[in-house]
Write a protein that binds this ligand. Structure first.
Ligand SMILES: [Zn+2]
Length: 514
């Protein structure tokens, strides 16, 4: 045996059921060829083998983010972030600088601004102000809530929206450059990225992924243009991340007719489940819950479907052997989704690894129902870090009583429901997510480093039917690995401050900390 790479003097944690650990790993031809001792590893190294001394560092399977909006995240990398601007003056200065880096005529797109945080003015930016800082470029700047745009004269010309569009602001017969409601939606539609723009976005996002140790992603809402972008990169041999794609509900009938479903593709790119939305979010007050919101006592959120309609979708997918990933955040939505899965399984019991995405407000009873139906809990540990701490958004919207029972990762694992972690890009960072679950404030949420790491590795592989080929370190599996600069098992409180030393994808080093 000879190998391309050996990593010696390492703390290799396989994250398999047996909790195997080794001091060396050998990689050959994109696969894991050897796991064992340093002594044995040195024997299989020849003059062409790259020998890496890990100096005792932890080596794990590459992270699998099972719920991202990867292509969009990459496209947004090319946008201007105005979320931390302290004044209108600062925002306009940043727009000017950003526009100078663009060619004339190129769109300047920005987001995240919030006039209520500005010290010098609480007025929106008008088109004259934007014309002055970016005379040669169309400019569109989306407010932090996503419901309002400020645009300049060039942008208005290109968008060419009918003056009677709802939300198209006109004062004294002149458009002000402020767009709301329908006008925002119309602008968004016109600015939807092309397949080429998505391809550049995926490439940009891949660089971020490698730096954070992510070797596989599951893109949670994909349409034809995005699929085309992923496919063209893969065909050119330029897709440097393993991707599983969740097509939107619109494609269910076509997939059923064609007999396609999750797992179709190759080791780099494959179809995932069909994505279905059943409710909104806690942050927007639109997650469907059974007891009213604390800060809005008449509000129970909203369900996206009548029960009969959602049932038809679930039955159709189930009958066609198509895996589903259903977004359900509030307990009322989760109940509805479980009713539909129960109905489908009562007609014919099948193990299609259906998933509930987010499942934030999950009761013990619902966990028991998921176990019976073998439904995957596809959850976001970072949500606990973002919203679940004392005084956070959950407390504010739902009250402490309910906050303590949100995202109950420990109960999910205890009851034998497959737990799968992803980030939903808020933020895209597995170590932050793992830290949030390991250091979660409430007992129902808190899990061990090993459990959290498994949810971020083999969990995702199971959800995409790839657990036999990746997600743990075993001889014969794909050589996707990550080396950390810290030890999550020994220093669980410091996980979020750790970083990735090296990422290996398909047996090749794709990132090395300089
Ligand atoms: Zn999402």
């Amino acid at each position: 045996m000879s190998v391309d790479i050996v990593i010696i003097n390492a703390d290799v944690q396989a994250l398999d059921e047996a909790r195997d650990s080794f001091s060396a790993v050998g990689i050959d031809d994109g696969k894991i060829a050897f796991l064992g001792s340093d002594k044995a590893a040195k024997k299989i190294a020849n003059s062409k083998t790259r020998v890496i001394d890990a100096r005792g560092r932890v080596v794990l399977p590459g992270f699998i983010d099972a719920h991202t909006h990867f292509a969009y995240m990459g496209v947004r990398e090319g946008y201007l972030d105005l979320s931390d601007t302290a004044s209108k003056h600062e925002a306009l200065a940043r727009i000017k600088k950003f526009a100078l880096c663009k060619d004339a005529g190129q769109w300047v797109i920005g987001s995240g601004w919030d006039e209520s945080h500005w010290s010098d003015s609480n007025e929106y930016m008008n088109k004259e102000e934007l014309d002055a800082v970016a005379p040669d470029n169309p400019v569109l700047l989306r407010r932090v809530d996503g419901h309002l745009d400020c645009v300049n004269t060039r942008a208005l010309k290109i968008l060419n929206l009918p003056v009677d569009t709802v939300g198209y602001e006109v004062v004294d017969g002149e458009p002000t450059g402020v767009l709301k409601e329908d006008a925002v939606e119309a602008a968004a539609e016109l600015l939807e990225p092309s397949a080429d723009e998505f391809a550049s976005g995926i490439t940009a996002a891949t660089k971020i992924a490698h730096r954070l140790g992510v070797t596989s992603i599951q893109d949670a809402q994909v349409d034809g243009r995005m699929l085309k972008a992923y496919r063209s990169l893969n065909q050119a041999g330029e897709l440097n991340i393993r991707a599983s794609l969740m097509l939107t509900t619109d494609y269910l009938d076509e997939l059923a007719t064609l007999g396609l479903g999750a797992g179709f593709g190759d080791d780099m790119l494959q179809l995932g489940p069909i994505k279905v939305f059943s409710d909104g979010s806690i942050g927007a007050g639109t997650a469907a819950i059974s007891e009213p919101y604390l800060d809005n006592p008449r509000e129970l959120g909203l369900l996206m479907w009548e029960k009969g309609d959602l049932e038809r979708i679930v039955l159709k997918a189930h009958k066609s052997d198509i895996q589903l990933a259903v977004h359900a955040i509030g307990d009322r939505a989760i109940d509805l989704v479980l009713d539909c899965f129960e109905r489908a399984n009562s007609q014919q019991m099948k193990d299609l690894r259906h998933r509930i995405e987010h499942a934030e407000m999950l009761s013990d009873e619902q966990i028991a129902r998921m176990k019976k139906l073998n439904i995957i809990a596809s959850m976001q540990p970072n949500f606990v870090g973002q919203w679940g701490l004392a005084g956070g958004m959950y407390d504010h919207r739902l009250g402490r009583e309910r906050t303590m029972r949100m995202n109950p990762f420990a109960s999910v694992i205890e009851n034998g429901v497959p737990l799968v972690f992803g980030s939903d890009c808020m933020p895209f960072d597995p170590l932050y997510g793992i830290h949030s679950a390991v250091n979660a404030p409430y007992p129902l949420q808190r899990i061990s480093p090993e459990q959290a790491l498994r949810a971020y590795t083999i969990g995702g592989a199971y959800a995409s039917f790839e657990d036999a080929k990746k997600g743990t370190l075993e001889v014969g599996k794909l050589a996707d690995l990550v080396m950390l600069d810290g030890n999550p098992f020994n220093e669980p409180q410091g996980i979020k401050d750790m970083s990735v030393e090296m990422t290996i994808l398909d047996g090749k080093i794709v990132y090395e900390k300089s």
